[in-house]
Ligand binder design. Structure first.
Ligand code: DX5
Ligand code: ZN
Length: 217
């Protein structure tokens, strides 16, 4: 799968409805929703109030990325708020399994994510327990950072492991994705690319999405 998930973190919140419609009309596959709590990451973004207009106007599934401590307290509310998938950070919790169960019980897709400094092998035991893994290619917290090239090896590793075990698990990559590097990231084995600034700070967001989506060899 070669899918694009624009991160609305970089959208113009003074005109959110228009930004949502712009993505609706594009070739994007999902809306990526970055929730930051000021504790797990040194930044605060938004929470449930922003899920409401998205649920109302977005015509593509809502992919929620929680950068928060104690995700177990909030995952069910994000499911009820209309999430298509809910992801949280492995390094934010002691045991992800009960939290994954809370999400699954709501019939919502599960995602486990790791920051660039977390050993990719820590995902091994969970690859068959989740619908998706999200490999951060920048440190979570801010849009507009530069893609960390080491991520490509991690993608190749997870792709080979998923193939070896014949799993349907999807690989999502988030941070610093743009028209120049999207092809390499897909070719390394990613299924879904998140892009914030490359979409919303572009003069032609629909064209940026189209170019990234069709960039794989
Ligand atoms: C970073 C977020 C990303 C971010 C991506 O903490 O998880 O989704 O918005 O933004 P760009 O594409 O600008 O790196
Ligand atoms: Zn994200």
């Amino acid at each position: 799968m070669h899918a694009i998930a624009p991160s609305i973190l970089s959208a113009d919140f003074g005109d959110l409805r228009q930004e949502i419609e712009r993505i609706n009309r594009s070739e994007a596959n999902y809306f990526h929703i970055d929730v930051m709590d000021g504790t797990f990451v040194p930044n605060i973004s938004f929470g449930f109030p922003v899920m409401e207009p998205l649920r109302k106007y977005a015509e593509k599934p809502l992919d929620v990325h929680l950068m928060i401590v104690h995700p177990e307290k909030y995952v069910e509310r994000f499911c009820d708020a209309g999430a298509w998938s809910v992801g949280f950070h492995l390094e934010a919790v002691d045991d992800p399994l009960p939290i994954l169960s809370l999400i699954r019980a709501k019939n919502v897709r599960t995602c486990l994510t790791i920051n660039p400094d977390i050993d990719v092998h820590r995902l091994d035991p969970y690859l068959d327990q989740v619908d998706m893994v999200l490999l951060m290619s920048v440190f979570a917290g801010f849009g507009g950072q530069k893609f960390i090239p080491d991520t490509l090896d991690k993608i190749r590793y997870v792709r080979s492991e998923i193939q070896r075990r014949n799993l349907p698990t999807l690989i999502e990559v988030d941070g610093g994705v743009n028209k120049e590097n999207a092809g390499d990231i897909f070719n390394a084995g990613a299924d879904i690319l998140v892009a914030g600034s490359a979409v919303f700070h572009s003069t032609d967001p629909a064209e940026a999405i189209r170019a990234m989506k069709h960039s794989a060899k």
